[in-house]
Design a protein around this ligand. Structure first.
Ligand SMILES: [Zn+2]
Ligand SMILES: [Zn+2]
Length: 156
């Protein structure tokens, strides 16, 4: 029996290089991580910064780049998780790390204090913990400098 998890959903022919890239990525990374790193790569390519993909060898990057240029593999990747998980990874990829993401977007699940962004007195960017004005400047989890605006604009 062939590995049907590397097939296209519609049963159409999968070129050998697509199949081997899918296998290579899946052999050591969970679908959650492949999707996350792929979204991070999109972000990196959009803003020209290479500070988001950690510990990802050239081996995987090459595969992720292939997916960017291959609609068939993109469809395969997006079908690897339920839509709500894809959406979660898409949002997570825009944050500095998963710790901060959970504190902002998933306070209940993570048990962390909720961190939120607001403008102090309408003019100073402020990352506060709960209801306090705490002016966090750096992420408590990964140490990166926090941006002067939310990681994700309200309407996206
Ligand atoms: Zn492909
Ligand atoms: Zn962080």
């Amino acid at each position: 029996m062939v590995d049907s998890k590397f097939d296209n959903l519609d049963g159409s022919f999968v070129p050998e290089d697509c199949r081997s890239i899918r296998k290579r990525l899946s052999s050591s990374l969970q679908p959650e991580l492949i999707v996350l790193e792929w979204f991070r790569l999109q972000r990196e390519e959009a803003n020209g910064k290479n500070n988001f993909i950690e510990n990802l060898s050239a081996h995987y990057r090459e595969g992720l780049k292939h997916i960017t240029g291959c609609p068939m593999c993109q469809e395969w990747l997006m079908a690897s998780l339920p839509p709500e998980k894809i959406e979660r990874q898409r949002r997570l990829a825009q944050y500095c790390c998963s710790g901060f993401f959970c504190a902002v977007e998933e306070p209940k699940e993570s048990g962390e204090a909720k961190i939120r962004f607001s403008m102090f007195r309408g003019e100073d960017p402020c990352w506060g913990i709960g209801k306090r004005w705490s002016f966090l400047k750096f992420c408590p989890w990964c140490g990166s400098k926090l941006p002067d605006s939310p990681f994700i604009a309200e309407d996206t």
